[in-house]
Write a protein that binds this ligand. Structure first.
Ligand SMILES: C[S@@+](CC[C@H](N)C(=O)[O-])C[C@H]1O[C@@H](n2cnc3c(N)ncnc32)[C@H](O)[C@@H]1O
Length: 196
């Protein structure tokens, strides 16, 4: 069974909720968001990151491969007609809709071919649209307790790799480290990469 389907109902802890709130705030500041726009949250999970964008939502489309994570997302959002979810895997399926902004947090390291997905997401952007990805900086594989069981395909991404993706996708890149996590007596960094 998909790891995220198993953990969905216990996913939202106070620690994760607080961390995603802070990461979302930093992302919004860097993006200089001011008006309501159409946003896709790729790998939205239970919506801890994406739903923090509520002041800026004309619409929010949360997409994810895990129906159980989306069930939690749907429970939180059922009263809001401008927020919807789709269970879809963009590694091998396509979505026709276009967005002003595509956001994603801690999902790209679960992808088989993240560069290919970035290029596909570019096709879902309106003119002057942007893609903002928060994920782990390159690490030694010790961040997750069990990489295989947790569906981890990449031990984070280096700045050089993100620059290569940008070049291949013919997009500009605004990159910064926005957070540092301490566990296993190790420091792990999280980056914000804005492709535009
Ligand atoms: C670590 S969770 C992060 C969830 C949420 N973005 C957050 O920050 O709280 C990773 C999410 O990516 C989703 N995911 C994994 N592979 C995916 C894929 N190919 N397409 C869309 N979502 C995917 C998982 O189901 C999971 O919900």
């Amino acid at each position: 069974m998909n790891h995220f389907n198993q953990v969905a109902n216990d996913w939202d802890t106070p620690e994760k909720t607080q961390m995603m709130k802070e990461l979302a705030k930093k992302t919004q500041k860097r993006l200089k968001l001011s008006q309501k726009i159409d946003i896709m949250d790729f790998g939205t999970g239970t919506g801890l990151f994406g739903l923090e964008f509520h002041p800026y939502l004309h619409t929010l489309t949360g997409i994810d491969t895990s129906q159980e994570m989306l069930n939690v997302f749907n429970k939180k959002t059922e009263a809001f007609s401008h927020i919807q979810s789709h269970q879809i895997n963009l590694e091998d399926q396509s979505l026709a809709s276009k967005f002003d902004l595509i956001i994603s947090s801690m999902a790209f390291h679960h992808l088989q071919d993240p560069k290919k997905v970035l290029m596909k997401l570019k096709e879902n952007l309106k003119q002057n649209g942007r893609i903002a990805i928060v994920d782990l900086d390159q690490e030694d594989g010790s961040f997750h307790p069990d990489n295989k069981a947790m569906g981890v395909k990449h031990f984070g991404f280096s700045k050089q790799e993100l620059q290569y993706w940008a070049k291949q996708a013919k997009l500009n890149l605004d990159y910064q480290i926005i957070n540092t996590l301490h566990k296993n007596e190790t420091e792990y960094h999280q980056f914000l990469a804005i492709f535009y």
